[in-house]
Write a protein of this length. Structure first.
Length: 699
């Protein structure tokens, strides 16, 4: 693969149109030569002189501009192209100097062959320029560029001196046969060279399309046609004038392309970039990367300066403009881009703060704590602006120190704040030292809940800032409403269900639907042995008080291990692990909860032998987990053989002890100390069930 792309249909059409334009001069020349009556004679020496001088001067200017760019970039290809233009322009100017009756007395050989000699020299430079020189070769030649330029100037000066002084061999006109031989020979060699150069540039154009490359290909093609016209044309006839116009079009096309490129780029820095050697192109790309890195560095420095409230933003584009030769317009656009990037960065920081506040708006019981976090988050994103939040308490707006500082210290600020709360419309009023104060209401269900106050030390708030801060106020309003709602729901739900179940329902209410899924769980059953005799001899109030004391000690131990208490059945507790929240170590958690439960209840019983104690059974396996019940009343629980076996293990446990099933023991045996109980005959089980009494957990 050579990296070229197959031409598309529009590209082929454009190529066909270009070839047609290149053939038109040849067809015109053929028509003039085939129909001599069309090839009219017009001999006007002064017009010829000034036309040729104008074209030559245009070409000299273009060549010098290329030469200067080539020397600055140390690019050999562009330098050889500039020599091609300068040599053709120089000898064209010598052709003008030899115009009979203007500066010299009569027609000389210099008048006939000067332009053809210059075109041949230009063809040699053109072919040389189409070669892809290595960096070392390019540098070696460019270090001696004065030899090429000096040699070309020396040849042209010598030709001019001989022509103006009337010295041989340019002192008299050539015979018709001699002139034809010279012109035909020079044309044959020159056309071949221009064809090679055009093909070389065409390969380069396919690999690296550029306007200037196409203009050079066109110019070389027209110059080759010019040599054919010089050889075949009749002096002072239309066919003879045609080659003058072809040279004018060749040079003019390149000049026009350079002008278009200049308008497009806005400067002359990259005017001839399309012609450069590959190594030069890589250097230019490296400079652009350096410019981008310098731009990013300057933006970071500006960001650091912006972080200092007393520092003025440093100009970003001016140093880059001087370093990379940017025009004034380009520098201004770059500076505006830097400012836009700065504003974008600020907006991104503020939007990031909004997202962070959204993350904070979780199950937080205290709206004041939520707002404290919000102030800390947003305060860092507002730059020089300062923020504080007030909440309505008993109809009064309070700005506690934890939320940003004391309340408004000016009467007009207090009045504006009251008006904002009354109308629920933002308000803006002047601050001190030319600054501004923006007041934004916080509302819950259409009622005022608080106030967001933002102070800007200098200048007013832009519309984009107002919109962003209004979004912030809306986000804070939602956060306050959610915090208060969660607090109410939390207080309500958690009195009747496990915290994990309550949280899961708040996050996804659809989980309250009837039904369930099969999952591996560890089930803990705890039952008070001796509770019935105790309740018979104790007063009802004493029974309830004891249960509450026991449950008050046992339940926190279950919850601390992430267990979900799904049932209180008289004096029994059922808890699940690994549901509704996934817990890879659910068996170990359940074992710790069981031992902790026994320890906590023993502490409550205080060693009294007359008080009942818990027996605990733990089992692991699959169960159907979900909501069981009716549309009116339902309960989150687990059902299945795993649950039944846990209940049977509990009935076989000694008082104050924990018995675990074989599946649970396999999951915890590496860290557990226990005693095998052998096969237990349990109710509802046809075969004995392996079980273990759990004594302690290590680590």
């Amino acid at each position: 693969m050579d990296g070229t792309v197959a031409p598309t249909r529009p590209a082929l059409l454009r190529t066909g149109v270009w070839l047609l334009h290149m053939l038109l001069p040849v067809l015109g020349l053929w028509l003039l030569l085939a129909r001599p009556f069309l090839d009219v004679r017009w001999e006007h020496h002064e017009s010829h002189f000034w036309l040729v001088v104008a074209v030559a001067v245009l070409n000299v200017v273009l060549g010098l501009r290329m030469s200067e760019a080539a020397r600055r970039r140390n690019d050999l290809r562009l330098y050889l192209v500039s020599l091609a233009f300068l040599s053709s322009a120089g000898f064209l100017l010598l052709h003008a100097v030899a115009t009979p009756g203007v500066l010299v007395g009569g027609r000389t050989a210099g008048f006939v062959v000067a332009s053809q000699v210059g075109l041949l020299l230009a063809a040699g430079f053109a072919v040389a320029s189409s070669v892809e020189f290595s960096p070392a070769s390019s540098a070696a030649v460019m270090n001696r560029q004065w030899l090429l330029r000096g040699g070309l100037v020396l040849v042209m000066v010598a030709w001019a001196a001989v022509s103006l002084a009337g010295l041989p061999p340019l002192d008299r006109p050539l015979s018709e046969d001699a002139a034809s031989l010279w012109l035909d020979t020079l044309a044959a060699v020159g056309v071949a060279l221009y064809l090679l150069a055009a093909l070389g540039y065409l390969r380069l154009y396919r690999r690296r399309p550029a306007v200037m490359l196409l203009s050079v290909i066109t110019a070389f093609t027209l110059l080759g046609e010019t040599m054919v016209a010089v050889a075949l044309a009749r002096n002072w006839r239309l066919s003879w004038w045609e080659w003058h116009l072809l040279m004018a079009f060749a040079f003019g096309f390149v000049a026009y392309s350079a002008y278009v490129q200049y308008r497009r780029e806005g400067g002359a820095t990259a005017l001839f970039r399309g012609i450069y050697l590959d190594e030069t192109v890589r250097q230019v790309q490296a400079e652009y990367r350096a410019a981008l890195e310098a731009f990013v560095t300057a933006l970071r420095q500006r960001a650091a300066a912006d972080a200092d409230a007393g520092a003025a933003p440093a100009p970003v584009a001016a140093p880059l403009g001087r370093r990379f030769d940017l025009t004034e317009g380009q520098t201004e656009v770059l500076e505006q881009a830097a400012q836009a990037v700065g504003h974008e960065r600020e907006q991104n920081q503020r939007l990031g703060a909004l997202v962070a506040i959204g993350h904070e708006a979780r199950v937080i019981l205290d709206d004041r704590e939520l707002l404290r976090r919000a102030v800390a988050i947003v305060g860092g994103a507002l730059g020089a602006d300062t923020l504080r939040v007030g909440l309505l308490r008993d109809g009064r707006l309070e700005f506690p120190g934890e939320l940003g500082g004391p309340g408004p210290d000016l009467p007009e600020h207090q009045q504006a704040a009251e008006r904002t709360l009354r109308t629920l419309q933002p308000g803006e009023l002047p601050g001190q030292d030319g600054g501004a104060v923006l007041l934004l209401p916080l509302s819950v269900k259409g009622h005022a809940a608080g106030l967001l106050e933002v102070r800007r030390p200098q200048g007013a708030f832009h519309e984009r800032d107002r919109r962003l801060l209004e979004s912030l106020a809306s986000q804070l309003s939602i956060a306050v409403e959610n915090a208060r709602l969660y607090r109410e729901l939390d207080g309500l739900f958690r009195q009747y269900m496990s915290p994990d179940v309550a949280t899961a329902l708040l996050a996804d209410p659809s989980q309250a639907a009837l039904g369930g899924t099969t999952a591996e769980v560890t089930v803990l059953f705890a039952d008070l042995r001796g509770f019935t005799p105790f309740s018979e001899r104790a007063a009802p109030g004493q029974v309830v008080a004891l249960l509450n004391r026991y449950y008050g000690a046992a339940v926190p131990r279950v919850l601390a291990e992430g267990g979900t208490v799904v049932q209180f059945v008289g004096d029994a507790i059922m808890a699940l692990f690994n549901a509704p929240v996934a817990q890879p170590d659910h068996a170990l958690r359940a074992a710790r909860a069981a031992l902790g439960l026994q320890e906590a209840v023993e502490a409550v019983a205080g060693g009294d032998p007359d008080l009942p104690r818990f027996r605990v059974g733990v089992n692991t396996g699959p169960a159907l987990v979900g909501n069981i019940g009716s549309a009116e009343i339902r309960n989150f629980t687990a059902i299945g053989d795993t649950v039944n076996l846990a209940a049977r293990l509990e009935t076989s446990a000694p008082v104050g002890r924990v018995v675990v099933g074989a599946a649970t023991w396999e999951l915890i045996k590496d860290v557990a100390d226990g005693t095998p109980l052998g096969g237990l005959d349990l109710k509802g089980k046809a075969e004995p069930v392996e079980a273990y009494e759990l004594h302690r957990l290590r680590g």
